[in-house]
Write a protein that binds this ligand. Structure first.
Ligand code: ADP
Length: 460
């Protein structure tokens, strides 16, 4: 089940933690796609009326993960993505659906009879944040961690729902689940978890300011002693240009000669002029306000005047989809666009572009720049959140020391960054040094997993 980076993390972190000696069971809703893939399923708990219908808790595994699946058909047996119907509208009972998930987490965490009681409960985002409220006041409970993947998504719901939630008597208070008169699911987690993490050190500082705090900066400053920034990694077996069967020609940092074949293949795919000398820029992204791609539109004239080409792979806001399609139609041979979600094309794009553009307004961590580093596509990124933490700007000092891996620009300065990129591109030897540095950047889960392991141990 994937709508963005959280899925990458939930899929990869347990495997990396196993190497640290930590056993993980992942609690996930029984969506149809999950139940279809679940192997060796065994019921460990039944409830005839769990949040309005019968529910089972199944243990089993899939994709190398040990899973506990909340099989509650009245809540999760639905088409569409996890949060919205096929027409794009949020399910009207999302508050109940994810209260049920959170409540089950609290049952698992405290009831020995299920045979799953953990030493640590690690909740991700608002969908699991209310677990901390269900555990509020429990006599015996595990250590708790809440990870914030995106503070913009908060799960604030009408207080009229309270009777249906069955929270402990005192949980609807300012120091717990109450948020400006509403029930705040993320708020409950932020207020009550023993430790809070977010997905980069820079985002961890930014969210303590009014500009990025989205209403929670005061609470986060209050909790700053237990707030940690731990970067995400990527799965370096899936994202490995030396073994990637989805791309036209495999390569690695010592054998870059294979890379231009991917560039020509990508130019053909998007109907661009096949020209190894044109600077080929790319975008792989949700098309949303957060990602700042509206600011790329007024920069297109500059990009074209510099002789560059552009490919866009993305989907999201209809207005942006329309404008990028129109830009491609107005500049055939120079701008190519695919509106949709396509994993194989994402790999082919990373392997073929010279640089990736990420002008995000905020970016908790960002994964596409990590994939780009691995594939030798230099990230050109806004200096914010995880982008600031993972890309080394090729400024004069970094060029002298040969440590640069991409370009950073401050908010609103995309056009000067394009000029800098074009000027670096004109010196192909320097460019290939940057490419090699990028490809040697450590982007795996090994470092982050060790940091999570140390945090868990401090809470046990
Ligand atoms: P977010 O979670 O905010 O969308 P991230 O950079 O953390 O952003 O993660 C996005 C993930 O989704 C990456 O794995 C990226 O490659 C992938 N992705 C985004 N848009 C597309 C698309 N149109 N086609 C294929 N993969 C995409």
């Amino acid at each position: 089940m994937k709508t963005g980076g959280l899925a990458d993390v939930a899929g990869a972190l347990p495997l990396a933690l196993a190497a640290e000696g930590i056993e993980t069971t992942t609690l996930i809703p029984g969506y149809p796609a999950v139940l279809a893939r679940l192997e060796a399923a065994e019921a460990v708990h039944t409830d005839a009326n769990f949040f309005g219908g019968p529910a089972l808790l199944l243990r089993g595994h899939a994709g190398g993960l040990d899973l506990a699946v909340l099989d509650a058909p009245h809540l999760f047996n639905r088409p569409g993505n996890p949060y919205a119907a096929p027409d794009g509208a949020d399910w009207p009972d999302n508050a109940i659906r994810f209260a049920a998930l959170s409540c089950m987490a609290a049952i698992i965490a405290t009831d020995d009879r299920l045979g799953l009681r953990p030493e640590i409960l690690h909740a991700h985002d608002w969908q699991a944040g209310l677990a901390m409220a269900y555990l509020d006041g429990a006599g015996r409970r595990p250590g708790t961690v809440l990870t914030v993947h995106n503070l913009a998504l908060q799960g604030n719901f009408d207080a009229g729902l309270l009777p249906a939630l069955g929270l402990p008597a005192n949980a609807f208070r300012m120091e717990a689940a109450e948020f400006h008169g509403m029930v705040g699911y993320l708020k409950a987690g932020l207020a009550l978890a023993d430790a809070i993490t977010t997905v980069s050190p820079t985002y961890a500082s930014e969210i303590q300011t009014p500009e990025f705090g989205m209403g929670f900066d005061g609470l986060l400053r209050h909790r700053s002693a237990v707030l940690h920034g731990i970067l995400n990694g990527i799965d370096d077996t899936i994202w490995n240009p030396a073994t990637d069967n989805l791309i036209a020609s495999k390569f690695d940092a010592d054998h870059l000669a294979g890379r231009p074949i991917n560039k020509l293949a990508l130019q053909s795919h998007f109907g661009l002029e096949r020209n190894a000398d044109a600077l080929l820029l790319g975008v792989i992204s949700r098309l949303s306000w957060q990602k700042g791609l509206d600011m790329l539109l007024p920069a297109l004239d500059t990009l074209l005047a510099l002789g560059a080409q552009l490919v866009i792979l993305g989907s999201g806001e209809p207005g942006l989809e329309h404008q990028f399609r129109a830009a491609a139609a107005a500049h055939p041979g120079r701008i190519g666009c695919f509106i949709g979600y396509d994993e194989a094309l994402a790999h082919q794009t990373q392997a073929g572009i010279d640089a990736i553009l990420i002008p995000s307004r905020f970016e908790p961590c960002g994964l596409t720049q990590l994939c780009a580093l691995r594939y030798g596509a230099l990230p050109i990124v806004a200096r914010t959140g995880g982008l600031a933490d993972t890309v080394i700007d090729a400024n004069a000092a970094a060029l002298a020391a040969n440590t640069g891996t991409g370009l950073q620009f401050s908010s609103g300065q995309l056009i000067p960054a394009l000029h800098r990129a074009a000027s670096l591109w004109s010196d192909r030897q320097t460019w290939s040094h940057l490419q090699r540095n990028a490809m040697q950047t450590e982007i795996s889960w090994r470092g982050p997993a060790a940091q999570y392991a140390a945090l868990y141990k401090s809470l046990v």
